[in-house]
Design a protein around this ligand. Sequence first.
Ligand SMILES: [Fe+2]
Ligand SMILES: [Fe+2]
Length: 354
Amino acid sequence: MRPITKLITEIVMSIDKHSLYDCLQLISENAKILFKADSCIIYLYDVAEDDLYVGACSGSHIDHTEDFRLKIGAGVAGWVAQNHQSVIIPDVSKDRRYLDEVNLNESGIKKRKSLIAVPLRAFDNLLGVMELERQGGKIFSNHDITRLKPLANIIALAVPRGADEGFAKLAEVCIRFLEEKDRYTHGHSLRVMRYAMIIADEIMLPASQKEELRLCALLHDIGKVVIKDTLLSKEGPLTRQELQTIRMHPTIGYNIVEKISKSLSKKILSHHEHYDGNGYPDCLKGEDIPLVSRIISIADTLDAITTERPYRIAANIDYAVKEVQRNSGVQFDPVLVDAMVQAYDKGVLTLVKI
Ligand SMILES: [Fe+2]
Ligand SMILES: [Fe+2]
């Protein structure tokens, strides 16, 4: 496992075991090592004060104590927070923002320093800024920013927010992270959600269950966040070991989502169960599989067949509907397959494009 994936796995699996600050400290210390940086600061956004404060830091810092606050727009981190943009500074002594941030004049910088900073965001809301610094002429590159992005998204996942917006944001952060990992999953979660809603409307699923279905569909593959990118997009057949690893994603998803909702996590766990009991991970059968999971299973297959994969080209929706029908009562719930066919015959079920 690549070091960055290993760190992300560790964070995701231990969010509930550590306090937010322990978790951020763990991230900052590991990020410093992974990026061969001399220091790492994770700033958090204080909505009430409209400024940034230090959530965690590792390495040597000037004036970055516990009470250090930075106004939005001030310094490098403040600029990143204001503009919602990452920044690479090859030489901080030539950047006014840095000098302002640490209250230094140019002569106060002994060695040449390079810096990168990325915003921590969920939807368009700012949660904080992560900043890494190198000394002695080792300059950061665009590649470092690309590597830092998934980590920044995971940190955003660890930062708590208001109860009303928590879950939707978590979903958005996770999906964005997944889609950065694997280009073949691009738009997958959203399309699965749309197909699932079409089936839900056809069976007149009550509004409360529809909301649960919507979130579950968006998060159903969240467990893939800890599976290696190269494995997710591997071309050609998978070995037994690789298949076993991929098949762990419902259980990993369960472990992640369980911390927020037990009810949702159970449905995510069962999205690869088959109606005849030959699915995984628990070989559940028929109506022992939650209804929401049975709907997602059909929606997931419709999208898998109609999108290009590393090993095959995309088929059309007519073919996908026939394939699902062929597996009615085997992989899929026959009542739900009938509902899907009705929606298709009425012209409600068409190819979802995102
Ligand atoms: Fe899945
Ligand atoms: Fe999926």
